[in-house]
Design a protein around this ligand. Structure first.
Ligand SMILES: [Zn+2]
Length: 274
């Protein structure tokens, strides 16, 4: 006998009648979005998409009736990393349109709630636009975007140093989730842009800066002007235990948001011209 649709957490594992049932049951579509990008000499190129997907999977496993996981968008907006080998860059307009098309297809099939779960900092702005467009271009579907780290700022309290890319956070998460693909022998501290960050203009709760996007000023330079190794932060302080705590905190926050967003009423629009 076939498994109940609610036991399947991957959209890719479902048949069309099962995806149809998932829509009717009001399950939230989680779309992991990441990158294929250099992550220093010690982490794999899949890091961003992999972590985002693993958090989505954890959330769907904890409460399968509430959500399911879409195939990950494994590429991102990262032209500024192209001076390093490995990075595959997707133009921001292409990425936005691509994600809008996924969201609008889901909306067409009756999924009312969609969440873009982003694991790559430079996707934040394009994903905000994509989420807004999906909501506005569909009749009765809502789409939100979030960065898995930004929803759980308490994890920054675990850090011993500053962190932006392939540093303490991502390396700890990868030590916890995929240690075979982490080479700690090649991990080194790199904080070359220390003097050029603008943290005096608003920082994340918890007081820790998070890369160049840590404040209210938005600015991104070519990565090779700011980092010699591709890393930005101190991965040598990473531990599997920190990774477990960060993963658990981000998963818990995402699950909480999934339930809140799922319960959100979709009201009728009102045309006030008449
Ligand atoms: Zn990353």
């Amino acid at each position: 006998m076939a498994a109940l649709t609610q036991e399947k957490i991957f959209y890719a594992d479902m048949s069309w009648p099962e995806t149809n049932a998932a829509a009717k049951d009001g399950r939230v579509a989680l779309i992991p979005v990441g990158s294929t990008e250099q992550h220093g000499p010690h982490l794999p190129t899949k890091t961003d998409a992999f972590i985002a997907e693993r958090i989505c999977v954890e959330v769907a496993k904890r409460k399968p009736a509430a959500s399911f996981v879409m195939p990950a968008v494994g590429y991102g907006y990262n032209e500024h990393h192209l001076d390093f080998p490995a990075t595959i860059h997707i133009n921001h307009e292409t990425l936005i349109r691509f994600v809008i098309d996924i969201g609008k297809s889901l909306a067409h099939h009756g999924f009312a709630k969609i969440i873009l779960v982003n694991g790559h900092g430079s996707n934040s702005a394009p994903m905000e636009i994509a989420a807004r467009r999906i909501t506005l271009e569909s009749e009765k579907s809502l789409c939100a975007s979030l960065d898995y780290l930004a929803i759980a700022p308490e994890v920054f309290e675990l850090l011993e140093g500053e962190d932006a890319h392939a540093g303490e956070i991502e390396t700890s998460l990868m030590l916890y989730l995929d240690p075979d693909n982490v080479d700690m022998g090649k991990a080194t501290r790199d904080w070359g842009f220390e003097k050029s960050k603008f943290v005096n203009y608003g920082v994340l709760p918890g007081g820790k800066s998070f890369g160049t996007a840590g404040g209210s000023v938005q600015f991104m330079d070519w990565w090779s002007r700011m980092s010699d190794t591709g890393t930005m932060g101190d991965p040598t302080r990473s531990t599997e235990e920190k990774g477990r705590k960060i993963f658990d905190a981000c998963s818990q926050k995402l699950l909480s948001f999934v339930e809140e967003f799922r319960a959100r009423e979709i009201r009728e629009r009102v045309d006030h011209h008449r």
